[in-house]
Ligand binder design. Sequence first.
Ligand code: NAP
Length: 290
Amino acid sequence: MILLDGKATSAAIKEEIAQQVDQLKSKGAKVPHLAAILVGSDGASQTYVNAKVKACERVGFESTLIELPADTTEDKLMETIDQLNNDDAIDGFIVQLPLPKHIDEDKVTLRVAPHKDVDGFHPENVGRMALGLPTFLPATPNGVMEMLGRYNIETSGKHCVVIGRSNIVGTPMSILMSRNSNPGNSTVTLTHSRTANLKEVCLSADIIIVALGKPKFLTADMVKEGAVVVDVGIHRIEDSSKKSGFRLVGDVDFETVAPKCAAISPVPGGVGPMTIASLLQNGLKAVLKN
Ligand code: NAP
């Protein structure tokens, strides 16, 4: 069984990006400057944003974190987005999700200028992705593609089942896996909460990408021998044996599923670190304009 080590793969990608940033610096060219807007003080969001800022610093990007209080109005957030859209020093930015309930996330996604949308969430960029045109690819699904590519996992002609159809993970994942590319060229089944016979569908899969947000949902009886399983889920569950009082698990019951797999990504240390590496790749794209 091959462990798809997202931590090591992400470190290798970051090293490549750092080298490209050094080359830009030595030519006197602009280095990428990314910004993040964080509204409110949700603990998980703060952790994610801090990890992104730290990753920017590690590869030599400039970064700006704009923290707004939880009661920020939608108008004020739009104003802040417009400032970043119009600031030539900023090459790309993200608005950390989820946002407080009184703010419409769809409106926010639409307001970010597509050429600065390093999250790849704007409909223009999603459309370009679907058509196979150059664009910012959404970080988590693209991180999974990088992982499969760097481990030389054969995807062409394989049956790939994606569990979950969210706009940020499952749906773009299904598009990327079905594109005429390498990795890609899979025959994709996109499943969701209304899918009938999910177990049977999964048992016919060569590759299962799990992103439904339910701890340890995918169990060994749903996986055929020799399948490749990628776990996108992240959950904190209580664990009194840990100093912190919790541990991280994914959407896959790793202990029972892993022995059946040809390859599997762990949680933590799988897709999570790949997501950040992928965001940095978009940051570099924003400056290189390719
Ligand atoms: P989401 O927006 O809540 O979407 C969940 C999807 O799963 C929905 O499409 C839902 O179907 C489907 N679903 C729910 N129950 C199901 C069931 N019993 N059988 C089949 N499908 C079911 O979640 P998300 O934002 O995509 O995130 C999914 C997971 O990935 C979460 O654990 C999240 O924390 C994690 N995540 C990790 C990263 C990372 O960097 N590693 C990034 C993003 C998200 P319906 O559409 O029918 O409701």
